[in-house]
Structures are given as C-alpha cells and as structure tokens.
Design a protein around this ligand. Structure first.
Ligand code: ATP
Ligand code: MG
Length: 579
C-alpha cells in the first residue's frame, strides 16, 4: 500500500498529467479549479474526495480553488445548506479565501449568453411538454448506462425552425412571465440524431414560478445545469473543471456551450466517484433518511455526512489521509469502509487521551482495604506520547468493574476474575477473587476480593505475574454517563443493491444504534467538550479496552454527558490486508 505519498502527490496523477500538458502547451498559463456543491443537502464523504482533488490540484500547480454554489434549482435549495456546507469545508481545512461564488449571481450573464446563442440561430423556444421532449428525444437507456452508444435517432420538434426574431421575442416573454410553468422551454439546437442523447437539443431554460433562496421572485425562468455549469466555469476563468464520472457523457455538451458562447475555454476532466461499503452516498437518499426521521438529522453520527462523521469523532486528518490512500482513479470502485476506519484508528491511537470507563458496571469490594482509606494512583494519559503527561486517579475499597470481567463459571482461557483467580487492576494492585454476592434474581450484585499491598502499579518490586489486567473506577468518583454505540447504518456491503421490488430502506440495519444508560467514566470526563464546540478543541478519548469516544452535544437522562463511540480498538483492515 502507498503510505509515503503526500496527498498532493497522490491526488489524481492522470489529472496532473493533463494539467501539466496544458501548462506546457500554453493552453493555460495558470490553474484555477472550483468546488461546486449544490446547496440542496449537507456534504458527504464523497464530496470530501471531490474537494481533496479540486483543492490539491490547484495547490500543486500554484493555482487557486473557488467555492461556487451551483444554485440554480429553486425547489430544493436553501441557505441553511449553504451555511452547513461552508462550515464543513472549513472544518476539513480547505480554504477558498474570498472566492465564494454563486451561480445564482450569474443569472443576468447567463440570460445574455442565451440571447447570444439564439441570435446565432443555435437555440429555440419549444412548446413541447417535458414528457413530449423526452419522447421525441428517444430512449433513455444509453444515458442510464452512461455510455455513448448508438440509439435510434430522435425526432425534431415542430417548433425547431422558429425564426431568430420569434425566438428572441418568445424568450424575453418567458422571462417576463407571460407563459405558464412548463408551457415553453429554451433548447439548444444541436442534433436530434446525435448518438449521445445529451446532445439531442438539451433544455437550457425552463419556466418555474418558485422563489429562490437568494434571488427571491425576480426570476421565473431558471437555467439548467448543463447550460449553467460550463458558463459559470468560464465566467470564473476555471481552467480545469474536475467532476465525477457521471458527467463524462455531458462533456461534449460542456464544450459545445463554451464554443457557441465563445467564452473562456475551461476544460472538464472526470474522475471516479467514491463509493463506500455499507454506505449510501447521494444527497437524495441521505435527505430521505433525514426527512423520514430514520436518523436524528444530517449530523446523526451514523450518517456519512461530514457533519455526521465529525460528531462521531472523525478527524479532518483521518479523512484527508483516507482520500490520499484511495487516490484518484478513472473507473468507479467500491472502497471498503474498513480502510477509512483504519485511517481514523491510526490517528486516534496517537492522539487520544486514555481514560477508564465502565459500560456495564458491577461492584468490586476489596475486603482487606480499610473503608476510610483513599489512595492516589498515577495513570498515563497516552502511552504513545509522553507529552500528554500523567493524571492522578483515586483508589478505594469499592470499585466499579465491567460485569463481563467476572465469571462465576469461567470458560476456558478466561483470564479475568473468577473465584480464586488474580488480575491486575490497571495502574493499581493485583487482586484475588474471594467470592461474590447475588441478587434475589440470581444475578451477581458484587464481586469480592483481597488485594496484595506489595503489587502497587509501577512498583519496581512488583514481579508477580498475572494474565489479565482489567479497568475499574472508584465508586465515590465515578461520573454517570450515557454511551452510544454505533454499527453500520446499512447491513449489506452494497447498501444500494436491493432485490427486485425492494427499496434501499430495506437494507437499513435495525441495530445501528445502541444506547447504554448506566455507564460510568472517570470524573475528568465531566469537562469534555462536545465535537461541534466552538470554544476550544474537543478531546478525543480512548476508553481503555473499549474503543475511542467523543462527547456528544446532546445531554442524556438527568443531564448526563453522552459519549459517542467513534470506533472500536480492533483493526479489521489489517486483517483484510493479510488475507
Ligand atoms: P449527490 O449525488 O450526493 O447529490 P452531487 O454530485 O449531485 O452528489 P453536488 O453538490 O452537485 O452533488 O456535488 C459537488 C461536487 O462533488 C461535484 O463536482 C460532484 O462531482 C462531486 N461529488 C459528489 N458525490 C461524489 C462522490 N461520491 N465521489 C466523488 N465526488 C463526488
Ligand atoms: Mg449534482
């Protein structure tokens, strides 16, 4: 695996080649890219890949990357999405400086270009309905397959031969609001027999009386994406318009508009979309999960959105590292989510603050420990990095331990507590189990033990060996917490693959969220900052032997702090690699 390459070196070698050639041949003298989200949902990890490419390609060649909101679809767009998108990009560490643009600011410019194209005799106003246009165009099979294949020729609209004067008149009256929604469209006059369906007289403008979140009711006609996008790129002097593979069949149209409009000649280059196992990466589907309340919002810690990943405890560094490892290919592939988790675990292992937490507590009573005695023990905050220092934790007669760390009848190779066995209490003493108490229902209510004063943790004289070390909390200090443990939101690896007649929602994992209410943590967790905190850097914790956790913004029952499990300790990726 390539681990040494930096993100800049790795991001899209074939894209670099194109750009290098363009600079050498003088097609462009500098590089300008753009990241063009549509503000109709929150960004997901697929967008993170697009951003990594857009920003790193510009940086690699000493250029800049614009942020442009492709907001020409009034029905679905909203300023709340704009704000969420900006926050997420910033958090990832990509910087668009003052280059924040909106396609909706270009409406007048786009209108003028449409008029210019009409004057050239290359666009016409059509009275066919949306449905009729589709029928005249021919089968949609080829575009669904994303292939430019031979398909039976389409049919010219009866309105195709309108004069330039008539078209100019009708188009200005479309803008003036004289016609009903859907009554007319403006179409590019290209070729209804073109093998690529995208080129069969695509619609440039439609009539839609819908208020836009930025331009309000000033417009009742809105430009279509295929027309708007190349011209917005041209307006901004974007040299390399990098986009995902589904736009490949649109590239001839991209070029057609730029040529006919006679504007700056941006170049479109496509790369493979990111697909992840157990994950759905499309705003449309993510929106459905949110709208149908199948998750608790766009930033639900199970969502593949940047905000969801952040709330879950992902770091910008781990996301960027992941992007660098997957590289940029020209064919679509499905990436194993275990690789993403591996990148995260690598970083957390270096940077997480170790504490102890007991998720399923049972009491441990040290019978030979004086009731009133309390001792300070020293715990290491991060064995990977001594600069994290040490902390004092208090130790006394009654402790919480995990219920699973005691067995009345131990299975083979059980090295934890059972009557007669000895374990080390992390940072503390070796204890030997002397017995246990039971509730009326037969469950264990307390485990009893004795400690050996000669075995205090870190004591050089301690050379007694025990097989197991368990974590614990001093009952008097333990902080009640709630813990949320997550599993994949979708059970199958291919989350979007559903049997005939099925629905992607059938693939939802019914056990993707588990709430643990009666857990305890070290008292220092009281001051943990939630992930979205604006005043201070939130700490990422490793609950020893459990996994990595971060504080959530929600409060649990009785105001208890809530901790999200980011990821477990066990590495599945390394195992996959060894196979
Ligand atoms: P979605 O399917 O999630 O709605 P989109 O392409 O419609 O995605 P946009 O807001 O238009 O969403 O995307 C902005 C940019 O991000 C585009 O350049 C698009 O190519 C890119 N992009 C979107 N999804 C992915 C993905 N899964 N992998 C790589 N790039 C992506
Ligand atoms: Mg899109």
């Amino acid at each position: 695996m390539e681990t040494e390459k930096t993100q800049e070196e790795n991001a899209g070698d074939f894209i670099s080649e194109f750009i290098k050639t363009d600079l050498e041949t003088g097609r462009f003298s500098s590089v300008r890219t753009r990241f063009p989200p549509e503000p109709n949902g929150w960004l997901h990890i697929g967008h993170c890949k697009a951003m990594a490419i857009d920003f790193s390609m510009a940086a690699k060649f000493g250029g800049l990357c614009n942020l442009r909101f492709d907001d020409t679809n009034p029905e679905k767009e909203d300023v709340s999405y704009v704000n969420a998108i900006k926050r997420d990009i910033k958090w990832l560490g990509f910087d668009w400086g003052d280059r924040e643009f909106y396609a909706s600011d270009y409406y007048e410019y786009l209108y003028d270009i449409a008029v210019k194209i009409i004057k050239k005799g290359a666009a016409y106003v059509d009275d066919l309905s949306e449905e009729e246009i589709r029928l005249y165009r021919g089968t949609a099979e080829a575009s669904r397959k994303r292939e430019i294949t031979e398909t039976p020729p389409g049919k010219n609209s009866p309105y195709r031969e309108r004069s330039v004067e008539e078209n100019l008149d009708l188009f200005s009256r479309m803008r003036a609001g004289e016609f009903a929604d859907g009554a007319k469209t403006l179409r590019a006059k290209i070729d209804m027999t073109h093998p690529n369906l995208v080129m069969r007289d695509p619609v440039m403008y439609r009539i839609r009386r819908e208020a836009h979140y930025r331009t309000g009711a000033s417009w009742c006609i809105y430009p279509m994406y295929d027309f708007q996008h190349p011209l917005s790129d041209a307006k901004e002097g974007v040299t390399h318009s990098l986009c995902s593979l589904e736009y490949e069949i649109h590239r001839p149209l991209y070029e057609w508009f730029i040529n006919i409009a006679d504007v700056f000649k941006s170049r479109q280059i496509e790369f493979a979309r990111l697909n992840l196992t157990h994950t759905v990466l499309s705003k449309r589907w993510l929106l459905r999960l949110v709208a149908e309340k199948l998750v608790c919002g766009w930033d639900d810690p199970r969502m593949p959105t940047i905000a969801g990943l952040r709330r879950r405890g992902y770091t910008p560094g781990s996301l960027r590292e992941f992007m660098s490892r997957i590289g940029v290919a020209k064919t679509d592939s499905l990436v194993d989510i275990a690789l993403l988790e591996y990148c995260l675990r690598e970083e957390l292992n270096k940077n997480a603050f170790r504490v102890m937490a007991v998720l399923n507590p049972v009491k441990l009573i040290i019978e030979n420990w004086d009731e009133a005695a309390i001792e300070d023990l020293e715990a290491v905050n991060n064995p990977e990095d001594s600069s994290f220092g040490v902390r004092k934790i208090r130790f006394g007669r009654e402790l919480w331990i995990e219920r699973e760390d005691f067995a009345e009848n131990p299975p083979p190779k059980y090295f934890r507590l059972f009557p007669g066995s000895s374990v080390r209490l992390r940072y503390g003493y070796i204890v030997t189990c002397t017995g246990f108490d039971k509730n009326a229902d037969g469950s264990v209510s307390a485990v009893r033990c004795v400690y050996d004063p000669e075995t205090r943790g870190g004591n050089a004289a301690d050379n007694r060996k025990v097989r197991g070390t368990i974590h614990w909390l001093f009952v008097k200090d333990a902080l009640p917490i709630e813990v949320r443990v997550y599993d994949y939101l979708f059970s199958p690896e291919k989350a979007m693959e559903v049997p005939e007649g099925g629905n992607f929602l059938d693939n939802l994992n019914p056990n993707s969220l588990k709430k643990i209410e009666g857990a305890y943590g070290e008292p220092c967790l009281k001051n943990a900052l939630p992930m979205d905190s604006e005043n201070g850097t939130p700490v990422r914790y490793q609950f020893e032997r459990q996994g990595y956790f971060v504080r959530d913004k929600d409060a649990g029952t009785d105001g208890r702090p809530v901790f999200n499990k980011t990821i477990g300790l066990r590495d599945t990726w390394a195992k996959i690699q060894k196979k």
